[in-house]
Structures are given as structure tokens and as C-alpha cells.
Design a protein around this ligand. Structure first.
Ligand code: 13P
Length: 249
């Protein structure tokens, strides 16, 4: 059975006090689904969040990391640093990192390798821009993002990889892919994986949808057979909304 996951990407929001309060609120919520719950606060609050959720069913994950193991990379965070405070999972390749910090497929392939060398799990994000979709190129774009960053891997590596399809035009815009558009793309992603690694590997990888998932649309999106959960931005900043989405699975 594939893992069902709802992960909250807090992006560059909340200092320590707000992080503490949100975690207190999250711990009051009850989960009625079998989805795994993850939250990704900013780097400076990871340790606090990790400690504060220790005995709870919430995994604290990171939003990014560098591809080098260590060294002269001022301002960066390594996989080893994350592991040293108990962080097992990291989001890589978010479209905001690609757009504002020039993260290329090549750099992401290196980050994936570093994650594997450090025995980490990774949520690998990708997705087309509005112009790609308008031109009908969404599948070609997604296929190349997946191939460029992941297709050098051995099949075994996919035990550590979770995919997140996040169409750029749906992120923070209030515009969501329709459940049908999400299903169509997720099925295409699985087919792309199967073409190289076979059906068994393709069926084992969880594929999350991200882009304006809210309490009022989560259930319909998650009901699609190839959608295994969500990567949630804005709605993950309020405990009630986030758990409404968790419970929609
Ligand atoms: P929104 O849910 O705010 O659209 O953000 C989605 C996202 O980027 C999650 O990584």
C-alpha cells in the first residue's frame, strides 16, 4: 500500500512564538484518517518543532537543503545538519526555489543524491507554469523535470522518494487544478515512472498534489486514485484548516 501523506509547507512564515502556538493547536486536533501528517517549519524552528512534537503523530520535515555534505557554503544547511537534529525528510525542488533561487534540474539531481547518501526521505516537487499548460505542454515539462532529476537513480532509491505535483499556476493563487486535471497528471507521472522502472515501482511511489488545496476542495482531489495526499501551503498555517484537509483523506 502506498503511503498517504498530508504535509504542511509553512514556507517563510512564523517565528518561534507563532510556531509554538501553531504546534500547540495542531496537537489538540484529532486525526480520523490514516494519512501521515508532516509539517515543514522554517530552519530556525525545526529543532523546537521536533522536540515539541516528539510524542505526537506529526513528522517535522525541512523545506530545503544544500547538495554538499559540508564546507564553505555560507548560509546553507546540509543533510547532516538536518539529520543531527532528527529530521528525516526534506522537501526539494519547490517551484519557489526553482524560480527565485535558480535551482536547476541538475542541482536537484545532486541534492537527491546527497539525500540518499544520508539515508533521508525526500518530497521532490515539480510542475508546469501557466504558459506551459496554455500551450498544452504540461506533460512534456513534467516529464523532463522528473527525468532530469531522478532517472539516474536505481529502482531501489524510490523507497526514499515521494513526488509532489505542484502546478505553478495553482500555488497561492486560489486556483486549483480540477480533480480531473490532477488525476490525469498523476496517472501520467506514474506511467512515466513505469516506463523506466516498471509497474511495481511506479505503483509504490506516493504522488502528492499541491496548489491551493483547502478544506472545501481536498476531499474531491484526494478521492482520485492516483492522488496519495497533498502538499499544503497557506491552509497549513491554521491548525483547524490543516486537519480538515488531513481528515479529508
Ligand atoms: P498553497 O497551498 O498556498 O497554494 O501552496 C502550495 C505549495 O506551494 C505547497 O508547497
Amino acid at each position: 500500500m502506498r503511503r498517504k501523506i498530508v504535509a504542511g509547507n509553512w514556507k517563510m512564515n512564523y517565528g518561534l512564538i507563532q510556531t509554538e502556538s501553531l504546534i500547540v493547536e495542531l496537537k489538540k486536533q484529532t486525526k480520523s484518517s490514516d494519512a501521515e501528517v508532516m509539517i515543514a517549519p522554517t530552519f530556525t524552528n525545526l529543532w523546537h518543532a521536533f522536540e515539541a512534537t516528539r510524542r505526537h503523530d506529526i513528522e517535522v520535515i525541512a523545506q530545503n537543503m544544500h547538495f554538499a555534505q559540508q564546507g564553505a557554503y555560507t548560509g546553507e544547511i546540509s543533510a547532516g545538519m538536518l539529520k543531527s537534529i532528527g529530521i528525516q525528510t526534506v522537501i526539494l525542488g519547490h517551484s519557489e526555489r526553482r524560480a527565485y533561487f535558480n535551482e536547476t534540474d541538475e542541482a536537484l539531481a545532486k541534492k537527491i543524491n546527497t539525500g540518499l547518501e544520508n539515508d533521508m526521505d525526500m518530497i521532490f516537487c515539480f510542475g508546469e507554469e501557466l504558459a506551459d499548460r496554455k500551450a498544452g505542454n504540461q506533460e512534456a515539462v513534467v516529464e523532463s523535470q522528473i527525468k532530469n532529476a531522478l532517472f539516474h537513480l536505481e529502482a531501489d532509491a524510490f523507497k526514499h522518494i515521494i513526488l509532489a505535483y505542484e502546478p505553478v499556476w495553482a500555488i497561492g493563487t486560489g486556483e486549483t487544478a480540477t480533480p480531473e486535471q490532477a488525476q490525469e497528471m498523476h496517472a501520467f507521472i506514474r506511467k512515466t515512472l513505469a516506463s523506466k522502472y516498471g509497474q511495481k515501482v511506479a505503483e509504490s511511489v506516493s504522488i502528492l498534489y499541491g496548489g491551493s488545496v483547502k478544506p472545501n476542495n481536498a476531499k474531491e482531489i484526494f478521492s482520485k486514485p492516483d492522488v496519495d495526499g497533498g502538499l499544503i501551503g497557506g491552509a497549513s498555517l491554521k491548525a483547524e484548516d490543516f486537519f480538515a484537509i488531513v481528515n479529508a483523506i
